[in-house]
Design a protein around this ligand. Structure first.
Ligand SMILES: [Zn+2]
Length: 291
């Protein structure tokens, strides 16, 4: 709550002053809030609270999420790209996790938000403000984020990010020299996008996929149909060579993330598994059809 109020007063006071002064005040407030956040605003980093030690999955991919929701940092030549930002205030673990991984000195240039639910967008505004990152979403996901923000309260109160880059259709974007493909895959919500990009393991490239929203929320037949056609679309795209081998699900229980983390360093990279990805698609379809 305290955090939310601080941000609200920041916005109000900055409207009344000139640009330069505004920047200075914002700068001061950001550093003040960064200091303040070093203790009281950061939820206790315990397993009971869902905290997970961050770890490296690939040469260029790190897990910085918690026990329930995934967040990934993709390391490019010129900065980090973050995929999803957790529920607020757990999002406050993200900068700490980056520091633990030795990535604190890198700018977060872009934040890709798969859909507008609070557990994915909750920390986007915070990170956008801290790092000056560009937030990438669909318009529909951004509208949902605003609604979710309006409903958020207490310790979970968060502000919606500014929408810097709107994904309007299936498209490709080169971010810091690294190509990310975006596909509209509605069904979980109207504004989901999925991501397709390359990860590297010991210098060898693999195609990775983030399905932007899994499972159908309600029993609306229209949404179920939409979801199933999105899953079919994803399957077709991912079977085109080189076939997708890495499932970067946006919830860790969906890609056996922790089980695979525990196998790291034994034999090969456990996150490289075509079966993991295509079984996941099948399971999602099965669950949707049951509704
Ligand atoms: Zn969701």
């Amino acid at each position: 709550m305290a955090h939310f109020e601080l941000h609200r007063s920041k916005i109000n006071s900055s409207n009344a002053v000139g640009n330069d002064v505004k920047k200075i005040i914002l700068g001061l407030l950001v550093s003040a809030s960064a200091l303040a956040s070093s203790n009281k605003d950061v939820p206790t980093m315990s397993g009971k609270n869902g905290y997970v030690e961050p770890f490296q999955m690939f040469d260029n991919v790190y897990y910085i999420g918690d026990k329930w929701v995934s967040s990934y940092a993709i390391d490019t030549d010129n900065g980090l790209v973050i995929i999803d930002t957790l529920d607020y205030p757990y999002s406050r673990w993200i900068p700490i996790n980056l520091k633990k991984l030795g990535l604190a000195g890198k700018p977060i240039t872009h934040i890709l938000i798969t859909h507008g639910h609070s557990d994915h967008v909750g920390g986007a505004q915070l990170l956008q403000e801290m790092y000056g990152s560009k937030v990438v979403m669909t318009k529909s996901a951004h509208n949902l984020a605003i609604q979710q923000s309006n409903k958020s309260k207490g310790d979970n109160a968060f502000l919606p990010p500014a929408l810097d880059i709107e994904i309007k259709n299936d498209s490709s974007m080169v971010i810091n020299g690294h190509e990310f493909k975006f596909y509209l895959t509605p069904g979980h919500t109207e504004g989901d996008f999925s991501l397709d990009f390359t990860v590297e393991d010991k210098g060898i490239e693999y195609r990775a996929f983030v399905v932007g929203g899994h499972s159908v929320d309600g029993k609306d037949p229209k949404m179920i149909d939409q979801f199933l056609s999105s899953m079919e679309k994803i399957r077709k795209i991912s079977l085109q060579p080189p076939i997708v081998k890495v499932n970067l699900s946006n919830h860790p229980h969906k890609n056996y993330l922790f089980e695979n983390r525990d196998k790291l360093g034994t034999r090969g990279n456990p996150f490289i598994s075509e079966t993991n990805f295509f079984m996941f698609l099948k399971q999602q379809e099965h669950l949707a059809k049951k509704k």
